[in-house]
Design a protein. Structure first.
Length: 153
């Protein structure tokens, strides 16, 4: 009986391993990117694969939240009547604080340039800049101290 269980267990494991192996897709590192052979570039070099702009919300310092809470509290106080006046004041202050915080973040938003580089070993690395880095798809670059330096083509 033990021998049959061992044979069945071995068969199940083999079938499972074969199914998993068929489902797995192995990818190899690229050897060429935008016409540049990666083997021909220096070890710290790469090819710009993609560039794009992205907008990031700014950091709120609390000024918007406080201002919004005060304004929302005043408006809520004016709207509420009788016993509901206090509740409306609190709700107005909360809503105003949330809205003021969101407005402050939106006013302080920044634009960043994101550059994706495929390095000599085929791996990719992303770089963010607060100003246009002056590179485009297909440009040859070198990574020096974490920064991109465009190389002559």
């Amino acid at each position: 009986m033990k021998a049959i269980r061992t044979i069945l267990f071995t068969a199940m494991c083999t079938a499972t391993a074969m199914t998993c192996a068929q489902d797995m897709q192995f990818t190899t590192a690229p050897t060429e990117v935008h016409g540049v052979k990666l083997a021909a570039i220096c070890s710290l070099c790469g090819v710009v694969t993609d560039t794009r702009l992205d907008t990031r919300k700014g950091n709120a310092r609390g000024v918007g939240a406080v201002g919004g809470a005060v304004l929302g509290g005043v408006v809520g106080h004016e709207i509420g009547g009788g016993k509901g006046k206090a509740a409306m004041t609190v709700l107005g202050a909360l809503g105003g604080g949330v809205a003021g915080n969101a407005i402050e973040k939106d006013l302080k938003k920044t634009t960043v340039w994101i550059t994706i580089v495929t390095l000599k070993d085929g791996s990719t690395q992303s770089f963010e800049h607060t100003a246009d880095p002056g590179v485009q798809r297909g440009d040859l670059v070198k990574v020096e101290k974490g920064q991109l330096v465009k190389l002559p083509s």
